[in-house]
Design a protein around this ligand. Structure first.
Ligand SMILES: NC(=O)c1ccc[n+]([C@@H]2O[C@H](COP(=O)([O-])OP(=O)(O)OC[C@H]3O[C@@H](n4cnc5c(N)ncnc54)[C@H](OP(=O)(O)O)[C@@H]3O)[C@@H](O)[C@H]2O)c1
Length: 329
């Protein structure tokens, strides 16, 4: 496979290169792509150095697959150009996610919807991926009615500029700001931009994407997204109301039998998911599983995952693997 990584110098791009290597994805030629600022820089992959190229050059090299993580504008403009050249694009930005002609895929849930004709495939939002990984098996068993989620999101979800802002604040250095306020010792109820309805774009992604991935619009999601000064992963407090009642031990069993999900839930040993331990892992960790005692058939849980791994790079590469394994590319 000739594989282009668009945004190879960014936070997600770097993890993509790592995950491609770790999973031994069948790369015969790697094409690292970034903005004009980075053209000519070298990237190391499996001990070999590759020169970063621009988008125009990358299209002309006709890769089999292009893994995009270079922002929505780049995806909107360039994904169709790659697709026209015969490349299958898996895109990490929000550009194509809600486009009804594009598939939005978490492989464990809906890879089966993919066909050879899908030339631009969307990777869901990082906070959505970890949430639906835990919700999907429970929805199948008990049928969800309503989800209320509050997120505690890592600065790595905003990109390199935000990680630098936090590092600068910790070191007492004045530097470029990725957020409108300091993030160290702070919590910003503001992820991505505000929409007209008072919610942020991130909150609306959490509200809309799960229905598309799970191909079911019978449940609703209400979200509050908050940025906190962590770097290893996103955490989510999730309250789910089901149509049918559940047994807590069955919930734990169902989740622990779900591929890609790890249950860490033992209050006696202070065992629960945390971003510092989810960091650099591909799994989604679920804990603090308990009944909401204020209304029937309702569950509370705490979900943590590395947003750069399962929330971005790993999910993207799992999609690419599915395409290769099923001769769809
Ligand atoms: N961070 C996350 O957890 C996460 C999760 C899911 C999805 N995403 C999405 O992934 C994308 C990248 O996020 P990130 O966190 O990796 O950001 P980042 O660290 O800021 O990296 C951005 C990357 O895009 C490249 N780029 C920027 N403008 C470009 C242009 N005009 N043409 C070509 N390349 C360009 C940059 O190249 P230069 O180095 O040359 O500037 C860099 O490689 C975004 O769309 C984001 O929404 C991020």
């Amino acid at each position: 496979m000739k594989v282009a990584v668009v945004g190879a110098t960014g936070m997600v791009g770097e993890v993509m290169l790592k995950v491609l290597e770790e999973r031994n994805f069948p790369v015969t030629e790697l094409i690292p792509v970034a903005s004009e600022r980075s053209v000519g820089k070298t990237i190391s992959y499996k001990g070999t150095s590759y020169k970063v190229v621009g988008l125009e050059t990358a299209v002309s090299m006709r890769p089999d697959i292009a893994l995009f993580s270079a922002g929505g504008g780049t995806s909107l403009e360039w994904a169709p150009k790659f697709a026209e050249a015969g490349t299958t694009v898996v895109d990490n930005s929000s550009a194509w996610r809600m486009d009804p002609t594009k598939k939005l895929v978490v492989p464990e849930i809906n890879a089966h919807v993919l066909t050879k004709d899908d030339k631009i495939i969307a990777n869901p939002n990082c906070s959505t991926i970890q949430m639906v990984m835990a919700l999907n098996p429970l929805h199948k068993a008990y049928k969800m009615k309503r989800v209320v989620v509050s997120t505690y999101q890592s600065v790595s979800g905003t990109g390199i500029k935000a990680v630098r802002q936090l590092e600068n604040e910790i070191a007492g250095i004045e530097g470029e700001m990725a957020y409108p306020y300091p993030i160290g010792k702070n919590a910003l109820p503001h992820c991505d931009v505000f929409e007209e309805n008072g919610y942020t774009k991130e909150e609306m992604k959490l509200a809309r994407e799960p229905q598309k991935i799970m191909n079911d619009s019978t449940f609703s999601v209400s979200a509050t997204a908050v940025r906190i000064p962590t770097a290893g992963g996103h955490s989510e407090s999730v309250n789910v109301e089901f149509e049918n009642d559940f047994d807590l031990s069955d919930v734990r069993k169902l989740l622990s039998e779900t591929p890609g999900v790890v249950v860490q839930d033992n209050t006696a040993t202070n065992s629960y998911p945390m971003p510092i331990y989810a960091h650099n892992k591909d799994e989604v960790f679920v804990g603090r599983i308990r009944r909401d005692e204020t209304q029937p058939n309702t569950l509370n849980m705490w979900i943590v995952a590395d947003n750069l791994r399962k929330g971005a790079a790993t999910n993207t590469i799992q999609i690419a693997e599915y395409l290769v394994e099923n001769n769809l590319v």
